[in-house]
Design a protein around this ligand. Sequence first.
Ligand code: B12
Ligand code: SF4
Length: 446
Amino acid sequence: MDEDSNQKPLFHMALAVLTSLTPKQHTISLVDEHFHDPIDYDGSYDFVGITSRTIEATRAYEIADRFRQKGKKVVLGGLHISFNPEEAAEHADTIVIGEADNLWTTLLDDAAEGRLQPVYNAKDFPPVKEIVPIDYARIAASSKRGKVDGTKSIPIYVTRGCPFNCSFCVTPNFTGKQYRSQDPQKLKQQIEEAKRHFFKENGRTSKPWFMLTDENLGINKKKLWEALDLLKECDITFSVFLSINFLEDETTVRKLVDAGCNFVLAGLESIKQSTLEAYNKGHVNTADNYIKIISDCRKAGLNIQGNFLFNPAIDTFEDIDELVQFVKKHHIFMPIFQIITPYPGTQMYKDYKDKGLIVNEDWERYNALHLVIKSDRYDPLLFQYKVLKSYADIYSWGAIIGRITNNPKKLINLVTNIAFRNHLRKELATFEKTHKLTPARLQQVS
Ligand code: B12
Ligand code: SF4
């Protein structure tokens, strides 16, 4: 649900951070294929840096290979590369493992001196204790992104990391160990700069929409409240990721609403506590409290986005049907269904790999709509179809109308529902066409 959708923020935070850390004497040119920016393979560059998550890794390697055929130096970094350094090394002159904040200027100096090393590993540099403010003016000057209205989000962050240990999440083994935050006073300046460079004043919306890309902004209540008090002064709308249990606190909810939060992305994952426990998320979420929290937030004017995971070893087709009913009955805002995917770097990946349960390492299939793990209970194709069909079902017109009627912030409800509906109908049609499922097999999922 990324391609051409309003869910994707205006740029990738990794590129924003690296740009903001780059001394002014260097020239940067940002190219983002998510926005169909063309790649100039013949340009003159000291080196080409590429970021990718797991689903984009194959494409990142293709681009890297092509640049290298043209004699250009390639540096690969990011989450996927950090956990697959040997695989990545075949496609790069240099690979960067871990957070690049404290190694980036060394790498730039080495590149300038023509002595780029094959590997830069964050563990050989001081730990990242502070996160850099984003330089929006530099990003505007270096990228092709122009001004947008409030239906497209501008990314920003306040913190990095999350100390919890959910087994399907990369964060605990990557940025999670240390919870870092920005100087809140700098936050206001960045928002003003971001507005100046990226907000279309005379567009369809009166306020810009910022996506706070923090993994879990709720961890430190003092910092959260401090940030919310500052955001309130900025006259913006924003969305944020935080664990649902933090929304049991009435003051937090009120502060979020007052500061302009249009929705909170909360990983609900399952409505069964036993399933949350299986993912080591039982101490983070309490399934029995979901309905009360969601309805209290709704009354206060706040949407909670529900993200749900399906695992053929845990969820039966009946469980999936039950969840569809839950989502419809409670008008869950912008619901996301995902098939459990053991991303490299997660505890789950390690466990499944050790047990030989990973059946597919074609990274392009790691978009959480494919089953890449062994399934004993269900035919993998039918399980995928069941999840996709149920996903499309929660974006039926009836469910959409229920959501728009019952949830606050009608515009964002309307925009997101239509984008998800169109995207999912296309996905479902492609799936049915590609797999030519017979009526007898289709019967098994209805
Ligand atoms: C915000 C966010 C989103 C946002 C915005 C994403 C975007 N396009 O910018 C939204 C909601 C759209 C989103 C969508 C998805 N996301 Co997301 N998201 C995040 C989150 C919470 C923060 C990402 C972030 O901004 N980090 C801050 C930046 C600065 O960190 P960074 O990218 O790691 O970069 C640092 C280093 O890695 C390094 N680095 C990175 N690149 C490079 C390149 C070079 C050359 C160098 C030198 C260094 C370097 O330097 C940077 C500074 O230290 C992460 C959690 C996490 N731990 O990362 C999940 C996360 C990245 N998402 C994840 C997933 C799975 C997805 C989806 C696939 C979900 C889905 N099924 O739809 C989609 C993918 C959409 C797509 N194609 O891009 C996974 C990725 C797992 C993986 N191994 O790939 C994560 C890790 C969460 C998890 N489950 O563990 N996501
Ligand atoms: S609470 Fe969220 S960010 Fe933190 S480990 Fe769990 S899934 Fe990852």
